[in-house]
Design a protein around this ligand. Structure first.
Ligand code: ZN
Length: 308
């Protein structure tokens, strides 16, 4: 079967990284691989499959290299890894990762808590990664997801000027894509629209993904606002995996199933088969028994006559 055209938006699945990183249980490697296979079969073209951090800090990610190597079997997939620093980037590139993403916090307080570095020191770390990439893996894009771009639980309000200044710095050092993350689910659609429009004005086509959380129920509304501002890459997580430590009972990342449903229902192509996507919840649940999964579309089922 040939695809009629390139889908309009890119959904970047972050469940195997962002999701697994925030649950207590460790998913056995075999289950992870089955889950990633199911996601690729559903038509996902980009998956953040692992985080290259010391296993002491995150035992859930001890199999990162293995998971990357397995995911590379899917030729339709761009295999992405999160790396907090140069050492992680070296390990991820050695494993064969096809895209790297680094977290840089707009909030100094969150930056210190998350990576024990100031945002300025993180920009230097990103530069070191870019330098290494240029020498050893020139074809691999480097993305920065700017954490706490819409607010921070530690610092509170995050000035938009701080976000934009940091984005411009990152673009100047050569980061390929700079996305904005609503790490703690504090953003609202007006703010998302305004900030992404400003970002496009400042850094143009280097504007990257919208990484929205559904902590307060605004995940999809924020995605729609970002879409209308021109964003065409969205991070989301199957089953909204991960939850949010700051809001018990609330889902964390935007639910991939609901996001795909919204976009496809609007006539915006994602390239994803929603039925197969929902079926990918099975290997996820098998690998993490007892972990709650979220999503209104899987709960309600697809409307009669639905065709992707
Ligand atoms: Zn997230």
């Amino acid at each position: 079967m040939t695809r009629p055209h390139t889908p309009e938006v890119l959904i970047s699945e972050v469940g195997p990284r962002d999701g697994l990183q925030s649950v207590k249980a460790t998913m056995p490697t075999a289950h992870k691989l089955r889950w990633i296979d199911a996601l690729a079969d559903a038509g996902l073209r980009e998956i953040e499959v692992a985080s290259f951090v010391p296993a002491k800090l995150l035992p859930q990610m001890a199999d990162a290299a293995l998971v990357v190597q397995h995911a590379l079997r899917h030729s339709s997939l761009r295999v992405m890894a999160l790396v907090p620093n140069l050492r992680g980037a070296q390990a991820a590139l050695q494993a064969g990762a096809q895209k790297l993403t680094l977290p840089v916090s707009a909030s100094p307080a969150h930056s210190m808590a998350n990576v024990r570095k100031t945002p300025e020191a993180m920009v230097q770390e990103v530069q070191a990664v870019l330098h290494w990439r240029d020498q050893h893996a020139p074809g691999v894009p480097v993305e920065v997801g700017m954490s706490t771009a819409f607010g921070c639980t530690l610092q509170g309000h995050v000035p938009e000027a701080d976000v934009l200044r940091l984005a411009v710095q990152l673009a100047q050092v050569g980061v390929d894509e700079i996305g904005l993350s609503d790490t703690t689910g504090m953003g609202n659609p007006a703010q998302v629209s305004r900030l992404f429009q400003q970002l496009f004005r400042e850094i143009g086509e280097r504007t990257g993904s919208a990484h929205m959380h559904n902590t307060r129920g605004l995940g999809l509304a924020n995605c729609l606002a970002a879409y209308e501002a021109g964003v065409r890459t969205f991070d989301s997580s199957l089953g909204g995996l991960g939850g949010c430590p700051y809001a018990p009972g609330a889902s964390g990342n935007v639910v991939t199933e609901d996001l795909v449903f919204m976009l496809e229902a609007m006539g915006v192509s994602t390239g994803i088969d929603l039925e197969k996507l929902m079926a990918a919840r099975l290997p996820l649940q098998d690998g993490l028994p007892g972990e709650p999964l979220y999503g209104m579309t899987p709960e309600a089922g697809l409307p009669k006559g639905w065709r992707t």
